[in-house]
Ligand binder design. Structure first.
Ligand code: HEC
Length: 290
């Protein structure tokens, strides 16, 4: 009798934990573009508990499996300074298609990632390269180092060390330029010349941004966490202008809505609109014509 009560108690606790912990929406901050074999790249994602509450300190791992060879790699994600945002630096050593998923508050399968041919990298070089990539993702740190070196040059000059001062000054100015001017500029150019807003990309974003957690869509194969909290969007025809407003800021359209603001960029919104309105090469239009 007591054993039975105990079992029931444990079951209730477990169910309670499941419901209290609930579920989360994982949103990739941006879809990794132009990934090259052997070159490290950083993936950033946000985790929203129950779809609306940015949650920190959840362990995360990113797993990538090469579709053909079956090679499997795992990378650890870490908390960033921004609440609810996480980061992982990946290095995929071989070209081809990689299937990948993120485990953090459940498993989030991502659309397959194409990797272009690059330099072959020996496994031993992977870790130092990941570190280097992490350093250059803090351009201000480079710039700051430049300021320190320029300061040192001035100090040398005043101590009549005129032989080293110009060298140090040159190095410092170069670091400043690299940190404060060149790296940010390259980043801006790269983000402007990125993937055009096509229906295919919209479909990828539908998964990568976490729309799939709350919305079904016939064109999207997905077998991860699903709440079906929002309407099925397979044939949900609303105007592009409405979608523009809605995807940018749902609560500004309907203050009581349960749909979160996923902080999408203009290009991402455009691609999602093309995908959702079905004027790309997806199956939506055909079914609408029939
Ligand atoms: C946490 C769950 C959640 C996520 C994530 C989510 N939605 Fe929604 N969405 C909803 C709910 C709930 C509604 C129902 C409308 C409301 O709340 O007023 C909705 C409504 C919509 C509608 C219909 C609006 C209308 O009134 O016709 C569209 C289109 C839509 N969502 C697109 C998206 C897209 C695209 C994404 C991903 C970028 C997304 N949603 C992510 C919950 C979500």
């Amino acid at each position: 009798m007591w054993a039975l009560l105990g079992l029931v108690g444990i079951w209730c606790l477990w169910m309670g934990a499941v419901w209290a912990g609930g579920w989360a929406v994982l949103t990739l901050e941006s879809w990794p573009e132009n990934v090259v074999a052997g070159e490290p790249f950083t993936v950033r994602y946000a985790l929203r508990q129950h779809g609306n509450h940015l949650i920190s300190r959840i362990e995360g791992t990113v797993t990538a499996v090469h579709t053909e060879t079956g090679e499997r790699l795992q990378f650890t994600a870490t908390d960033t300074d921004e609440t609810g945002y996480y980061e992982a630096t990946l290095l995929l050593p071989a070209a081809g298609e990689w299937r990948w998923y993120i485990d953090s508050f459940g498993r989030f399968e991502m659309p397959p990632l194409p990797v272009e041919t690059g330099m072959a990298v020996p496994a031993a070089a992977a870790a130092p390269m990941i570190w280097l990539a992490k350093l250059t993702s803090f351009p201000w740190l480079l710039g700051f180092m430049g300021v320190v070196v320029v300061g040192t040059a001035v100090g040398l000059w005043r101590r009549q060390q005129t032989r080293f001062a110009p060298v140090a000054a040159l190095l410092g100015v170069t670091l400043c330029l690299a940190g404060f001017v060149v790296t940010p500029a390259v980043g801006m150019v790269a983000s402007e010349t990125a993937v055009p807003p096509t229906a295919e990309w919209g479909e990828i974003l539908f998964v990568a941004k976490g729309c799939v957690t709350c919305h079904q869509h016939d064109d999207v194969a997905y077998n991860g966490i699903r709440t079906d909290m929002g309407p099925n969007l397979s044939h949900h025809q609303v105007g592009a202008e409405f979608l523009q407003l809605w995807l940018r800021h749902p609560a500004q359209v309907r203050p009581q809505t349960l749909m979160p603001n996923l902080e999408l960029s203009d290009r991402e919104i455009e691609a999602l609109i093309v995908f959702l309105s079905g004027d790309g090469e997806t199956g939506v239009k055909e079914t609408a014509v029939k």
